[in-house]
Design a protein around this ligand. Structure first.
Ligand SMILES: N=CN[C@@H](CCC(=O)O)C(=O)O
Ligand SMILES: [Mn+2]
Ligand SMILES: [Mn+2]
Length: 321
């Protein structure tokens, strides 16, 4: 069984301006069932996926269940540059109290359907990368078909492990590929930042088999922008909708110590921002998540702050600021 925790105002504190200069003063804590539909207003909905059961099953270091609140706490202190007519709502978190990750993923997918039906733009904060399976299923259910959904994953890892031994944080894109294949659809999957020293040859073969597009870590930097941009544009052109998932462990651990599987040779924030800008400007981004933030291993909140900065960037640029 999974559970749903309503949003908590204690996660949203900071300097007080009395004039909505900070995001904690802008955000509305709203239970998901009270979200309503405000078609005339752009609304960004923050939802948590407070689950690290997939990480535990994948032999990783737990702690990511505390990720969503750690990110909220940093985000709330940041300046608000949103237009007054844009809404920012916190709709609480899906939890996984008894290790039933599948129930948490189902619950996440239902909440994504609700949020997309209410015409909000969801930003989901994790939690292990099993977030991607629930998140994608919600988008797919909302749209009615996986045909036109492109998945973009910023990650050191493919997360294409087969699920013979069960589902976990390393299997989400394999599960999606299997489901899509059984319905006669391909896996439309672009992975940015893949590390050769973090994915075995079987994973590269699986990527080959499913026709996955990927950019390896060595070439995932701003100096290689011309060739990266070409890959991005080709992928964007072939898709109607983009689902972006950012696994924090893809960043170099110099930026991001607070993850289960740190990447000393990982990528830098500047290339991720450049790519994100391209995806957002395409007008096709339907939903976004940030995965694998683990406060247990964070240092001076660097990881939570970077995750919050990415969220800050996304929510402003998706609403025209
Ligand atoms: N979601 C993370 N998946 C990685 C974890 C790698 C590790 O624990 O070192 C994977 O299974 O490949
Ligand atoms: Mn991952
Ligand atoms: Mn990863």
């Amino acid at each position: 069984m999974s559970s749903y925790r309503k949003p908590h105002p204690d996660n949203w504190t900071g300097r007080k301006s009395g004039n909505a200069l900070y995001l904690h003063e802008k955000v509305e804590c709203t239970a998901i069932e009270d979200t309503g539909s405000h078609p005339s207003q752009k609304t960004i909905a923050i939802l948590g996926y407070a689950c690290d059961e997939g990480v535990r099953r994948n032999q990783g270091r737990i702690g990511a269940a505390e990720g969503p609140d750690a990110i909220r706490k940093q985000l709330g202190k940041m300046p608000n540059h949103l237009s007054p007519e844009v809404r920012l709502i916190d709709v609480g978190s899906v939890e996984c109290p008894d290790g039933d990750m599948e129930a948490a993923q189902n619950s996440l997918s239902e909440k994504i359907v609700d949020l997309l039906s209410a015409r909000t733009i969801p930003i989901v904060l994790g939690g292990g990368h099993d977030i991607a399976y629930g998140h994608y299923n919600g988008i797919k259910k909302h749209l009615g078909s996986p045909a036109s959904i492109g998945i973009i994953n910023f990650d050191a890892h493919f997360d294409l492990r087969d699920d013979e031994n069960g589902n976990n944080s390393g299997t989400p894109f394999y599960q999606i590929a299997q489901n899509n294949a059984s319905e006669g659809h391909p896996l439309n999957y672009l992975c940015l930042g893949i590390r050769r020293d973090a994915n075995d040859s079987q994973l590269f073969q699986t990527a080959e088999k499913f026709g996955v597009d990927y950019v390896e870590s060595e070439g995932f930097n701003t100096s290689s922008w011309a060739s990266i941009e070409k890959i991005l544009r080709q992928f964007i052109d072939e898709m109607d909708h983009l689902y972006v998932t950012i696994d924090m462990d893809g960043f170099s651990s110099a930026y991001v110590p607070g993850v289960s599987a740190p990447s000393p040779m990982g990528f830098s924030p500047d290339i991720v921002l450049k790519c994100l800008k391209t995806f957002i400007e395409s007008g096709k981004l339907i939903s976004l998540d940030i995965a694998e933030m683990n406060p247990t291993y964070d240092i001076d909140s660097h990881t939570a702050k970077l995750a919050a900065s990415l969220t800050h960037y996304a929510l402003h640029s998706m609403t025209g600021k």
